[in-house]
Ligand binder design. Structure first.
Ligand code: BEZ
Length: 228
């Protein structure tokens, strides 16, 4: 009889992020207390001491000040023990040629895969030597209201782009404040789009820098831009 696969309910945008308790490299945490009033980013890894994960964690460590500047608390997760995480963190920082510096964010120990199941993070195509599924490369961005603002799910075999994560956080933080949306490949300082639910009159009064509308063959005036 084969092992029964856990079901993974997953989380939807707008759901309150679970206030889980977990052991981490900075001790036991309750997730909402860890976040406080900050934004948060939780990113999962298939396994400690694996090559792609090491490059990802090293990159995350290198640009951790950029997350701090944006008021985003970082936390990683992998399905090994705190002791493994501590040893692996030393490899990661040595990979960054910063062996004397501690990893600037904690790693959650999920060796029982409880959180990985709860948060829908297992990758059924990647298994350890005992046939147990490994964690996929999940990213959750959580707002100060503890609600899920963004989730991305990559398979274990594809490393993430952490510059893209900073870019989406810039978009999430901007669009949480202003009634705008950010177009393809947007970067801070670029023009933004007025959201469809705003009337032209509302847009005119909300955006003192003015609204420009791009003409399209349909004649519909939905490509509205502003600078903020
Ligand atoms: C890695 O991090 O290199 C990795 C982990 C699990 C499966 C494939 C790659």
């Amino acid at each position: 009889i084969g092992q029964e696969e856990p079901t993974m309910p997953g989380l939807l945008l707008g759901d309150e992020f679970p206030n889980f308790e977990a052991d981490t490299t900075i001790g036991r945490i309750k997730f909402h207390d860890f976040l406080g009033n900050s934004w948060g980013i939780l990113f999962s890894h298939p396994r400690d001491f694996t090559p792609v994960c090491t490059t990802e964690l090293a990159c995350a460590a290198k640009i951790s000040d950029e997350f701090k500047k944006r008021g985003v608390k970082m936390i990683a997760l992998s399905i090994d023990s705190v002791e493994d995480h501590r040893n692996w963190s030393k490899d990661v920082m040595a990979y960054n040629s910063a062996a004397e510096t501690p990893l600037p964010f904690p790693i959650i120990a999920d060796h029982k895969r409880e959180l990985s199941v709860q948060l829908g993070m297992l990758d059924p195509d990647e298994r350890d030597k005992d046939g147990m599924p490994l964690t996929a490369r999940c990213v959750f961005v959580i707002g100060p209201d503890k609600k899920l603002k963004l989730s991305i799910l990559y398979p274990a075999t594809t490393g993430r782009n952490f510059d893209e994560l900073l870019r989406v956080i810039d978009s999430l933080q901007l669009t949480a404040q202003k009634k705008v949306a950010t177009p393809v490949d947007w970067k801070p300082g670029d023009k933004v789009m007025v959201i469809p639910s705003l009337s032209d009159a509302e847009a005119k009064s909300l955006f003192p820098n003015g609204v420009t509308t791009q003409e399209v063959p349909s004649g519909k005036k939905y490509l509205r831009y502003t600078h903020i």
